[in-house]
Design a protein around this ligand. Structure first.
Ligand code: ADP
Ligand code: 5GP
Length: 204
């Protein structure tokens, strides 16, 4: 049963599959869809803005939010903690906005338990070799980082079966079309539109 007017979309992928490329374009293009802003204990990178990229908080505040049940899900990755704020998410959904959560697989699986009607999207690279090539061509990570990400990629790939949609990111335009279609198809689903349909029916 859906209790909130907005939809929740989750997107995960092994690092380098093209998730950021696709997700940023989606949020730029589709009206009424926003990125979730997570809470994190990691320090801002140059150019990152508090309240825009993340809510940057310290360990004490994160602990307090965990105790108070303030997170829909949270995880520890790469030595830092990240979490989706319950109040923040509810506020956005109550206004009717759809929210896209860019979170890693463990958190995504926990979120699914908390919000069973979340639509979960996994971005697939065409092959292991192309993932490696994309990580290198992006030029953002050291050789050591690339090694760590590739190792982790296998673990993340194994979880693809827990997702509702698998978007193959080979041809970028086609992948984007699939991703965008998932949002519009969800908006047109019977569960979502039934109340409006019922009202129309009562007018006859
Ligand atoms: P992620 O967010 O999943 O780590 P990025 O969006 O940063 O991945 O993409 C990784 C690299 O691959 C970037 O350099 C991006 O431009 C490139 N890329 C993304 N999608 C494609 C595609 N379909 N074909 C070729 N290169 C791609
Ligand atoms: P980064 O430090 O590079 O911004 O993020 C590291 C990882 O944490 C990424 O895989 C990102 O998707 C994930 N992440 C960011 N916010 C959250 C969150 O709120 N919950 C979970 N589970 N993962 C998150």
């Amino acid at each position: 049963m859906i209790h909130h007017p907005g939809n929740v979309f989750v997107v995960s992928a092994p690092s380098g599959a093209g998730k950021s490329t696709l997700a940023q374009r989606l949020v730029r293009t589709v009206p009424g869809l926003i990125f979730s802003i997570s809470f994190t204990t990691r320090k801002p990178r140059p150019g990152e803005v508090d309240g825009q990229d993340y809510f940057f908080i310290d360990d004490e505040r994160f602990d307090a939010m965990v105790r108070e049940g303030g997170f829909v899900e949270w995880v520890q990755v790469y030595g830092h903690r990240y979490g989706t704020g319950r109040d923040w998410l509810n506020e956005m959904l109550a206004t009717g906005l759809d929210v896209l959560l860019d979170i890693e697989t463990t958190g995504a699986l926990n979120l699914r338990r908390a919000i069973p009607d979340a639509r979960m999207v996994f971005i697939l690279p065409p092959s292991a070799a192309s993932l490696e090539a994309r990580l290198r061509s992006r030029g953002k990570d050291s050789e050591e980082q690339i090694g760590i990400r590739l190792k982790h990629a296998r673990h993340e790939m194994e979880l693809y079966h827990a997702y509702d949609y698998l978007v193959m990111n080979d041809d970028l335009e086609l992948a984007y079309k699939h991703f965008e279609s998932i949002v519009y198809a969800t908006r047109a689903s019977r569960e979502r539109v039934a109340p409006a349909a019922q009202k129309i029916l009562e007018g006859f």
